[in-house]
Design a binder for this molecule. Structure first.
Ligand code: IFM
Length: 461
């Protein structure tokens, strides 16, 4: 058996992308509620107002998860549902919702993995300066404490923050995500520092509020580099690219991972960003560098790289290569080399906190949703993850993104990532072939992945 008995076979979502009910029971507005109202901001003028109506349909959705056989489910809490103004007054009805959801998951035998921040910053805090204000780290710690006091008796697995690279770059540099700002890099890097500080304070708050042991990690998303061959020079090229700040974008790994995991900003990053580097106060790095229990990574695609005469060279993907409707290239080796190299550098157990593909799925005339590409994608990626396990990488879980088709940020509802098809007009759910296939894989503890027969036709029943 390649995958351990207690492997967390999971799927993931985030609050704004599925909950809807944005005005229900005392929830305050988030930056995404405001951004979606801006003409042209989101494809088709879509918004998360209703999304999958999960707030009202959570019990039926948990039943679907149970039907698929999920062992774990990664959800996020909407900060403005718990603290409508971001700090201060607590909205008990918002907390009650998560209470019910957690209980339903536990009753179904599904372990909840809770993410505290998946981009829906309370608008009230954005208006007070948002992440640019150093106090944001304390706001986040306050929110963490409120959530943990209510849920930590049952929730033992936490992610603090999801993909700082994405919400900071897209939200505050290019402006294509909420709140749609275009700020100088100096400001964005300062915000990034406050986000890391918030992570550290949140870990402290979680440990303080948890009576028993709990497992805490976070979920960054920087680029995975895959060596063109298994030769040592190419592997070294991949390692070098994975763990360096080699361009001006914020999509590198080490800037975001070294401070929490190694207690320092990478020196090449400080050199590259120069005067734009953040102001770091004494003690900040100690606060950021809290002991963590696992390393989460959201892995979708990868860049192939080889060692050239002048150093690492990116290998362009072949014309016509496999890709999702989002135009993300299929590189299954990402789930071998990503976990392997992250484990080598940071030494923590790994969770694949997100992995998945978008597709143009629809309900066919036979009433089913046939998504052979997704089955093939998952089979290829999971086989590679299995190889990483066999080679000694301590991988603890895999969370398919996503259990439901949902609101894909600036793309609205046009990118479907789900194992379950959602008809957004009627809220009808239909399990896709991939959901049945995943059920089969989970039921057999992953063994079906290594069945020599081709995955799609054999298993999509
Ligand atoms: O939908 C997003 C998610 O919110 C964060 N990670 C990537 C997913 C697909 O784009």
């Amino acid at each position: 058996m390649t995958f351990p008995e207690d492997f967390a076979w999971g799927a993931a979502t985030s609050a704004y992308q599925i909950e809807g009910a944005v005005d229900a029971e005392g929830r305050g507005p988030s930056v995404w509620d405001v951004f979606c109202r801006r003409p042209g901001a989101v494809w088709g003028g879509h918004a998360g107002d209703t999304a999958c109506d999960h707030y009202r349909r959570y019990a039926a959705d948990v039943a679907l998860m149970r039907q698929i056989g999920l062992r774990a489910y990664r959800l996020s809490i909407a900060w403005p549902r718990v603290l409508p103004n971001g700090v201060g007054e607590v909205n008990l009805r918002g907390l009650d919702f998560y209470d019910r959801l957690i209980d339903a998951l536990l009753d179904a035998g599904i372990v909840p993995y809770v993410t505290l921040f998946h981009w829906d910053l309370p608008q009230a805090l954005e208006e007070r300066g948002g992440w640019l204000d150093r106090a944001s780290a304390d706001w986040f710690a306050e929110y963490t404490t409120v959530v943990a006091r209510r849920l930590a008796d049952r929730v033992t697995h936490w992610f603090t923050i999801n993909e700082p690279q994405v919400f900071l770059s897209h939200g505050y540099q290019t402006g294509v995500h909420a709140p749609g700002k275009k700020l100088p890099r100096k400001h964005v890097l300062q915000m990034g520092h406050h986000v890391l500080l918030a992570h550290g304070k949140s870990v402290q708050a979680l440990r303080a509020a948890s009576e028993g042991p709990c497992e805490i990690g976070f979920a960054p998303v920087g680029t995975v580099f895959v060596p063109a061959t298994n030769g040592p020079a190419d592997v070294q090229a991949a390692r070098q690219m994975m763990f360096s700040v080699h361009d001006d974008s914020l999509f590198n790994n080490t800037w975001w991972m070294d401070p929490p995991l190694l207690g320092r900003y990478p020196i090449d990053g400080i050199r590259r960003f120069g005067a734009d580097s953040p102001d770091v106060q004494p003690g900040d790095l100690e606060t950021i560098h809290q002991p963590l229990d696992f390393f989460g990574h959201n892995t979708y695609s990868a860049q192939v790289v080889r060692m050239g005469a002048q150093g690492p060279e990116c290998v362009p993907s072949l014309p016509g290569g496999a890709m999702s409707t989002f135009r993300w290239t299929l590189v299954p080796e990402a789930l071998y080399w990503g976990p392997r190299l992250f484990y080598e550098r940071y030494g923590l157990p790994i969770h694949v906190a997100e992995n998945g593909m978008s597709n143009t799925d629809w309900v066919a005339l036979d009433g089913k949703v046939h998504d052979p590409q997704r089955i093939d994608y998952m089979a290829r990626y999971l086989r590679k993850l299995g190889e990483a396990l066999r080679d000694g990488v301590d991988v603890r879980g895999y969370f398919y993104w996503s259990i439901l088709d949902n609101f894909e940020w600036a793309e609205g509802y046009r990118e479907r990532f789900g194992l379950v098809h959602v008809d957004f007009a009627t809220q009808t759910r239909t399990l896709k072939d991939s959901a049945f296939w995943y059920r089969h894989v989970i039921a057999g503890g992953g063994d079906a992945l290594f069945d020599p027969r081709p995955a799609p036709a054999a298993l999509a029943v």
